[in-house]
Design a protein around this ligand. Structure first.
Ligand code: FAD
Length: 464
């Protein structure tokens, strides 16, 4: 019986699949693939279903929900390696990493995505996700090896040494090369970190980042002001950074803001942006000097009922959600990019509900790297009304932001939306044609499909 699935966050990807299968072990994954081959069906794969570009669904496919593959399987307390099922979400991965360590030698994850926690390891590897490390490349750098069920249903191990090219395709491969059933993560020492908070202007942001890196800070981001009527728009922000400290002080384990406080801030972000930033800054300044664990500090309060909250708070708007878009620019281009972004958002009237600027180090390992340089990452959470007239300006703004980043030698993240044009895809992701060719070579029957793959494959194949 067909089922309609949708992504959790934007809810803009309703897709009717043939049926949903939830395998509980690698053998059941292989059996599902062989079964699909017998009926000549394509397969789509999901974990936490947070991707917003349709990477996890394909109309008419047999859909594999991988979330039951969440067991931790092997721990190496000496090397800090954790092998865990690809369906495990970050809170479970963090708990398992604690079991890997000892009191004297605790281990923790080095990075995860921010903004949501119910994202799986398989989804994070497939997007080659990043967190808010100041000097970290994307997640592939934390993956030692993985187990994959291939399009023909075979179970294979891949790592840098064993099937190196397949490893580089699967990390950042958007589920197109097989099903990741488990992966071994390289953990890092679980550290106590002290938070430092400054309110600074963007003019100083890159220097402030370099200063903090020189001082040994490990994580940080800049959360900018969102009121387009104000001169501080995208320019002034809360710069929160984290440095390792040796203290016996018990780290804070509470969420900085609980769900009620978040909802109140989000409401203000829609109705009184200046006040939202004022309250947010004051809250953050109050937490200056607090200590946190390096792993749990990366967890977030996510409000899955956000769409319902918006519907209640702003009933006149009709269905809405937030679409994330993330742009990369070389650090020396950041000021110019921000000037362009201010102009784009003001001209289109698109509402940016919140956003941050982070840092990423170049990825030298994945086949289709999105982090092609040491870049500044600028993230926008844009309000989208779910009508053609509501989507059009957000799509136009997203395209204009991509052009602004590309003109500065930068790029954009492929996991969010399918709004980039063919020339933008080719300009910012020059290995995309080779990547799509590798997909067809390794999966000639195109067993693994998604709406995102169908879209980009068609677009790239179009004659110029
Ligand atoms: C609120 C929010 C915050 C975010 N923050 C960040 C961030 O800070 N940094 C960042 O880098 N990204 C971020 N993202 C994007 C996110 O990292 C990706 O969308 C990620 O892929 C989602 O993981 P998921 O488990 O929800 O995967 P899904 O959405 O279910 O799937 C995503 C992709 O992974 C594939 N996949 C999933 N599991 C497997 C598997 N076991 N084997 C093979 N393929 C698989 C799917 O086929 C699909 O292509 C954010 C997204 C949201 C909505």
């Amino acid at each position: 019986m067909s089922v309609t699935l949708n992504d959790v966050h934007s809810r803009l990807n309703a897709t009717k699949v043939q049926r949903v299968v939830r395998p509980a072990c690698a053998e059941e994954v292989a059996a599902a693939i062989q079964d699909a081959a017998r009926t000549n069906s394509a397969i789509s794969i999901s974990g936490g279903r947070h991707a917003m570009g349709g990477q996890q669904f394909g109309a008419g496919t047999v859909h594999l929900d991988l979330t039951a593959l969440d067991q931790s399987q092997e721990l190496d307390p000496d090397l800090g390696l954790l092998r865990i099922g690809a369906g495990a979400a970050w809170p479970a991965i963090i708990r398992a990493s604690h079991e890997t360590g000892t009191l004297e030698r605790p281990w923790g994850i080095r990075q995860k995505q921010t903004g949501a926690d119910d994202l799986t390891l398989g989804g994070a590897i497939s997007a080659n996700a990043h967190g808010r490390g100041l000097t970290r490349p994307p997640l592939i750098s934390d993956i030692e090896c993985l187990t994959l069920v291939t399009p023909s249903g075979d179970l294979v191990r891949c790592s840098r040494e064993e099937r190196g090219e397949l490893f580089s395709l699967v990390c950042g491969g958007y589920g197109l090369f097989g099903v990741i059933v488990d992966a071994t993560i390289r953990l890092g020492p679980r550290l106590r970190l002290r938070r430092h908070v400054d309110i600074i202007d963007i003019d100083d942001a890159m220097h402030a980042v370099w200063r903090r890196i020189d001082q040994g800070f490990l994580y940080g981001d800049f959360q900018y002001a969102i009121d387009p009527k104000d001169d501080s728009f995208l320019r002034r922000g809360v710069f929160a950074c984290y440095e390792p400290v040796s203290t016996e002080e018990p780290p804070s384990t509470e969420a900085d803001l609980d769900e009620r406080q978040w909802l109140s801030l989000l409401h203000l972000a829609h109705t009184d942006k200046r006040e939202a930033f004022r309250r947010y800054s004051r809250h953050y300044l109050d937490t200056h000097g607090r200590t946190y664990w390096s792993d749990s500090m990366q967890l977030s309060t996510y409000i899955p009922s956000y769409a319902e909250f918006l519907a209640r708070a702003l009933p006149q708007e009709g269905p809405t959600s937030l679409m994330i878009t993330e742009l990369y620019v070389p650090p020396e281009g950041l000021m110019a990019f921000i000037a362009s972004a201010r102009a784009v958002l003001r001209a289109t009237g698109v509402d940016d509900i919140y956003g941050t600027i982070r840092a990423i180090r170049q990825d030298h390992e994945s086949f289709l790297p999105w982090a092609r340089g040491d870049w500044a990452c600028v993230i926008f959470n844009l309000l989208v009304r779910h009508t053609p007239a509501g989507i059009a300006p957000v799509k136009a703004a997203a395209r204009a932001l991509i052009d602004a980043a590309a003109d500065l030698g930068g790029s954009f993240y492929l996991t969010y939306h399918r709004w980039a044009t063919r020339s933008q895809l080719l300009r910012c992701h020059p290995r995309l044609p080779e990547f799509l060719a590798a997909k067809r070579a390794l999966d000639p029957a195109c067993r693994f499909q998604s709406e995102w793959w169908r879209h980009v494959d068609r677009l790239i194949a179009e004659p110029l």
